[in-house]
Design a protein around this ligand. Structure first.
Ligand SMILES: [Fe+2]
Ligand SMILES: [Fe+2]
Length: 281
């Protein structure tokens, strides 16, 4: 790319990063508000289980895709890309392990992966669940966007995995926010430690791809459309997160976030992300 074109690319990278910013900050708010209120062990078991299910579903989907990628290594699949895909599987399994360990500590019982998977929504077939209407809707929105906009939707959403790592951002900071504890802070310490690892990993699954996405979108018209695609996905994803945590935010508050009222972008450097998580290096 010539220098003459660079300023435009840099502007697009910045704009792509800004497109979902209010909703990602909203996701972080979901978690902050959740921990600021009195909650029970059952409440924690519920969200941890739902999130562990998502991690397991992602690992399962990526494991299923890996053999075909391997067949194409250095032909249709770049070896660096393949290595990143395999690393991602490892990391998703790690996320599942981190959360499942906390669940088992809370319940005193083994986690049953077969019972978890129907709640994932992230497996090979992205199917919803009757108990999770916001997750079901989020899957429908993503499907519709992909059907309607094809390749452009793929590109626009290529950096969305993990929702800007926003729930993990504030989850890793639970001890720094006002929180109410049933465990004298013990569970919060464990949750914060797990979320810190997941945050670093997820920055490499989602936001690290922002510059590449910006590069792939060519025309101004496509760029405008891409931002709309991201916004629609981000709105639905915020509602999914709110559902996972038992609705800490009201409909009204989510409406304010949609409108950009009383919400600041997270102080996260989404553009200076190194390629490999410090926990996997
Ligand atoms: Fe994950
Ligand atoms: Fe991920």
């Amino acid at each position: 790319m010539s220098n003459r074109e660079r300023p435009d690319l840099n502007r697009r990278i910045k704009e792509l990063q800004e497109a979902p910013a209010r909703w990602w900050a909203g996701e972080a708010e979901v978690v902050r508000v959740y921990f600021s209120r009195s909650r029970t062990k059952q409440d924690d078991i519920r969200w941890l289980t739902l999130q562990a299910a998502r991690e397991l579903g992602t690992a399962s989907r990526q494991l299923g895709e890996a053999p075909e990628m391997f067949e194409g290594i250095d032909a249709s699949v770049d070896r660096h890309e393949f290595e990143a895909a395999i690393r991602s599987i490892y990391e998703e399994v790690r996320h599942y392990r981190l959360l499942a360990d906390i669940i088992e500590q809370l319940t005193g019982q083994r986690v049953n992966p077969k019972q978890l998977l129907p709640y994932a929504g992230t497996g090979k077939e992205r199917v919803g669940h009757p108990e999770l209407p916001a997750m079901t809707e989020e899957i429908a929105v993503a499907k519709r966007l992909r059907e309607q906009y094809g390749e452009l939707a793929e590109t626009a959403l290529s950096f969305f995995e993990g929702g800007g790592a926003a729930i993990f951002y504030s989850g890793s900071r639970v001890l720094e926010y006002p929180y109410v504890s049933y465990s004298g802070g013990e569970i919060e310490r464990k949750i914060a430690a797990a979320m810190k690892v997941i945050f670093e990993d997820e920055m490499r699954h989602g936001p690290v791809h922002i510059p590449r996405a910006a590069e792939r979108i060519r025309s101004d018209q496509d760029f405008l459309q891409a931002k709309k695609i991201i916004e629609e996905k981000a709105k639905a994803h915020l509602r999914l997160r709110n559902e996972t945590f038992g609705y800490p935010l009201t409909e009204r508050r989510m409406g304010e976030i949609d409108a950009g009222i009383g919400i600041e972008p997270l102080p996260v450097d989404y553009l200076g992300v190194s390629p490999v998580s410090p926990y996997s290096a």
